[in-house]
Design a protein around this ligand. Structure first.
Ligand code: ATP
Ligand code: MG
Length: 239
């Protein structure tokens, strides 16, 4: 299987500050990857380089085998690279259904079967029962899921999630793990998830990449990474 994402020699400098250095990273279709690392390790920078919100200083980004390094955020989004921001870009006074409807109409203006697609997306993000609820009345967690629904409606294939469970209750955090896993398993979506919540990362049970000082420090299963003395030194041990 050819990777959905292959990153080679990726680096980003902000004036004198090196935020990412020589990162090699590969993700398969349907794979979930967790990214952990201390504050300032370069995790958000890495995702911003993939989404196109930042331009790399060195290296290249291949998406489905094509070089997307020079493409705009909008063009990458059209190709399926979908970044979720912490503050949802919802229409607060519209219902969950109407929010998804707008995204579906925008991404598939000329196709049929919109109602079925909207229903499918609401089902996927566990908001089928809340379809008529106005977005501003949804819980924090539900609003985050609706935001993921907008990405799905926009034909996302690679989800980039930066601390998606921040501010969620334990129950919502758990449900988010189940949601992401089902998107990967049942629909073949790929996802890169940055999280500080180590319990969430453990439950997700996906391969983990540890960033430290802008570099990949260790990569492996959660168990292998958690047991690695280098990781304990820079991160887990300090908690
Ligand atoms: N736009 C920017 N201009 C200058 N420096 C930046 C910029 N964005 C990030 N940095 C710096 O790059 C380094 C990596 O930042 P980044 O936000 O990628 O870390 P992070 O791993 O996401 O941290 P956190 O866990 O706190 O979110 C930090 O030293 C940060 O101050
Ligand atoms: Mg960050």
């Amino acid at each position: 299987m050819s990777p959905i994402l292959a990153v080679q020699g990726l680096g980003k400098r902000f004036q004198g500050l090196v935020a990412n250095t020589d990162i090699a990273f590969t993700l398969q279709p349907g794979e979930i990857r967790s990214i952990i690392g201390p504050n300032g390790a370069g995790k958000t920078t890495f995702i911003s380089l993939i989404s196109g919100h930042l331009t790399p200083t060195t290296g290249r980004i291949l998406y489905k085998g094509s070089d997307v390094t020079g493409l705009s955020v909008a063009r990458r989004a059209q190709l399926g690279i979908a970044r979720k921001f912490q503050t949802p870009s919802l229409f607060d006074s519209l219902s969950a259904y109407e929010n998804i409807e707008l995204a579906v109409l925008r991404s598939r203006p000329r196709s049929r079967g919109h109602a079925a697609r909207i229903g499918e997306v609401l089902e996927l993000v566990r908001l089928a029962d809340q379809r008529h609820a106005v977005a501003k009345h949804l819980s924090h967690g539900q609003r985050q899921w609706l935001e993921i629904g907008l990405l799905l409606a926009n034909n996302a294939e690679l989800l980039l999630l930066d601390e998606p469970t921040a501010g969620m209750t334990a129950e919502e955090t758990h449900a988010t793990g189940i949601l992401v896993r089902s998107l990967a398993r049942e629909f073949g979506l790929s996802a890169i998830i940055i999280e500080h919540d180590i319990n969430f990362i453990r439950d997700l049970d996906a391969p983990v990449t540890v960033l430290h000082l802008g570099r990949v420090l260790v990569e492996g299963s959660f168990a292998a990474v958690a047991a690695d003395p280098r990781v304990r030194d820079v991160y887990l041990g300090n908690g």
